[in-house]
Design a protein around this ligand. Structure first.
Ligand code: 5AD
Ligand code: SF4
Length: 462
């Protein structure tokens, strides 16, 4: 056996090392964790540095153009390590997975011919076989970007024990909405909801291993309609109510939701289920109905306002987050002003905002009236200044309040812990490490743009 781990045809008896770099959204974070689990039975141990690995996986994002460029620059670096490794007689496998691999597999192989394997987000359960194929091949690249007939979830191993007190759990994948700017329906495929029993089993395992907060994930998570134990389809509200019965699960969140699917079942769950956190990420994208319609978003700006009203009536302390795109083709100054008006009216605790990025193959990319880059930049600056002001106001409004905080991990300074408020803010405080995993009342003393500082209520100290 030569230095470098894997050799032709047969996996090494010694430990093999895998490095995974994750780009993009929380679903990719979840997928990367599952990839480690799929590879563990083959003897792959995680490593932190790509040049120390026998198998390097880049789990990519394709949502905006910037993500693509990041990948190619990273691949350029790893190519050097692969060449050095080859000189020592080793074989380093370079694999590109995720949404960019799905959409641009051929382009990746053209621009980076040293990549051995390209696989899409619905194929990573096949990694053992795909890696074996690479090892058997004499330089041929392996591509797995078909959408399989059976969902990968039916073939993944059980999740292993969680390392922390919070966990992601994908309950829904793919999207049938086809917003005109978005690649997701093409990269993740059609909408699919995991059966309730499968979700409950995974959640129960997570809670057993110490998880106190689960974030349910889906590209369109509130379109969830998984088969329930009673044979009928359960909505996300039903699922949340059932999960709340799990003893030890203190907090439930979900992301990302779509205004069109914000139904009564979910809204009343916010009223009735205390474990469901009062923080909703509900992307509006634009405050102009004309632009929403061009985006193929099936709601008006006023309908969005009404949904927010209903959510706030169900739970008065509910805080909102959103996504915005500025400079969508045809967006006029008035349209942009309508977005600013909506933001001012609603008030967001936090938000993400982006310049429109034309994505190959999406309908909006070929619309005329593309907006010049400098206009997009100007609009983004104005919107972000407003959103940052709102976030700071929201954080400042927490000063003097006592918030329940889930203690998550040690902080940067000795004796300090970091936790999360119900509104997803990071909270720094002094507390003993053994208290990680507890939800405790914390008095908020100070706020910054991105986090809070607090102290344990007297009675809870120690
Ligand atoms: N350009 C800019 N932003 C986009 N998003 C999705 N596609 C694009 C695009 N082509 C944003 C949307 C979405 C978030 C995940 O990314 O706001 O909600
Ligand atoms: Fe993309 Fe979300 Fe629209 Fe689906 S609903 S197409 S994931 S932006």
């Amino acid at each position: 056996m030569k230095e470098g781990g894997l050799t032709g045809g047969r996996a090494s008896a010694s430990a093999k090392r895998v490095f995974i770099k994750t780009y993009g959204c929380q679903m990719n974070v979840y997928d990367s964790a599952r990839m480690f689990e799929v590879l563990a039975p083959l003897g792959f141990l995680p490593v932190e540095k790509p040049d120390k690995a026998d198998l390097d996986i880049f789990n990519t994002c394709h949502i905006r153009e910037k993500a693509d460029e990041k990948l190619f620059s990273e691949l350029g670096t790893i190519r050097q390590s692969k060449m050095m490794n080859a000189r020592r007689g080793g074989k380093m496998i370079i694999a590109v997975g995720g949404c960019m691999a799905q959409a641009e597999g051929a382009e990746i192989l053209r621009r980076a011919p040293f990549v051995d394997l390209v696989f899409g987000p619905q194929n990573y359960h096949l990694l053992p076989e795909l890696v074996a194929q690479v090892l058997r091949s004499r330089g041929d690249r392996v591509v797995a970007t078909d959408f399989p007939a059976e969902p990968k979830f039916d073939h993944l191993p059980e999740t292993s024990a969680s390392q922390g007190v919070t966990a992601f759990l994908t309950v829904q994948e793919g999207c049938d909405k086809f917003c005109s700017f978005c690649v997701v329906p093409y990269t993740r495929g059609a909408e699919y909801s995991r059966p309730v029993a499968q979700v409950l089993a995974e959640a129960a395992r997570a809670v057993c291993s110490g998880v106190r907060e689960i974030t349910l994930l889906g590209q369109n998570v509130n379109a969830y309609h998984g088969e329930g134990p009673d044979g009928r389809d359960w909505g996300l509200g039903d699922l949340v109510r059932r999960l709340a019965e799990l003893r030890g699960l203190d907090r439930i969140r979900y992301t990302t939701s779509h205004p069109h699917d914000m139904d009564d079942g979910l809204i009343t769950a916010h009223r009735d289920v205390p474990q469901l956190m009062p923080f909703v990420h509900l992307p509006v994208q634009s405050g102009a109905t004309r632009i929403l319609s061009a985006m193929n978003r099936p709601y008006t700006a006023d309908a969005y306002r009404r949904i927010v009203d209903r959510l706030r009536s169900a739970r008065s302390d509910l805080a909102l987050s959103s996504d915005f795109i500025v400079g969508f083709p045809g967006e006029s100054d008035e349209d942009f002003e309508a977005t600013i008006d909506l933001v001012e009216e609603i008030g967001f605790a936090q938000a993400f905002s982006f310049k429109y990025s034309p994505r190959p193959g999406t309908p909006a990319a070929s619309l005329c009236k593309q907006i010049p880059e400098y206009v997009k930049s100007d609009r983004l600056t104005v919107l972000q200044a407003l959103l940052e002001r709102q976030q700071r106001n929201f954080n400042n409004g927490c000063i003097g309040r006592t918030l329940p905080v889930l203690l998550e991990k040690p902080g940067r300074h000795d004796g300090q812990l970091v936790g999360r408020s119900p509104y997803l803010q990071s909270v720094h405080l002094v507390a003993a490490e053994r208290r990680i995993g507890e939800v405790i009342p914390v008095q908020i003393l100070a706020a910054s743009a991105n986090s809070l500082t607090g102290s344990l209520e007297e009675s809870m100290a120690g």
